[in-house]
Design a protein around this ligand. Structure first.
Ligand code: SME
Length: 160
């Protein structure tokens, strides 16, 4: 997979007035272009309530629309602020299962300046789907999302 080409094309058609549309588009592009990305979603951080809110996704319907900080992999990233890779979700002690088909997962934080505003969450039906290339690409993508549209991703502004 040519991730640098994908990274460029992701930001080709951003709509400055519609952050949700941009997130939807990114989810769709990621899922369509990477075989092992089976569920792709963005959670927005509500720091006042210490909860994560699902803003956009593609893949199977999920019940986990709101996740408390600390709970599951997303909740752990809300606390640590660092990318988390679950190579094999069966070995995770703090994990929220969305589908029995999921074998591995990555969650990358998205910062607007110093503030953690959102997360990108990707589930895969392939074990150990996130290698060095995927991690580098997704971290770069999240850095650029934060730089290009971070101001729109604050919970109060996003409007969930
Ligand atoms: N597995 C995640 C929950 C979100 S779903 O994957 C959509 C977690 O453990 O936080």
């Amino acid at each position: 997979m040519n991730y640098s080409f994908l990274l460029d094309s992701i930001f080709d058609e951003m709509d400055a007035s519609n952050p949700r549309k941009n997130l939807n588009r990114i989810c769709k592009l990621l899922k369509e272009n990477a075989n092992s990305f089976d569920w792709v979603g963005f959670y927005i951080m509500n720091h006042k309530k210490r909860t994560l809110h699902l803003a956009s996704y593609v893949g199977e319907k999920t019940d986990h629309l709101v996740i408390p900080f600390g709970k599951g992999i997303c909740g752990q990233v809300a606390d640590s602020g660092e990318t988390y890779i679950a190579k094999d979700i069966n070995t995770e002690s703090n994990y929220i299962a969305c589908s029995l088909k999921v074998k591995s997962e990555i969650v990358c934080p998205i910062y607007h300046g110093e503030k953690l505003v959102a997360q990108l969450d990707i589930d895969s039906h392939t074990p150990n789907a996130f290698g060095k290339n995927e991690i580098e690409f997704l971290e770069k993508l999240c850095l650029q999302i934060g730089q290009k549209m971070g101001a729109e991703l604050h919970f109060d502004k996003f409007g969930l």
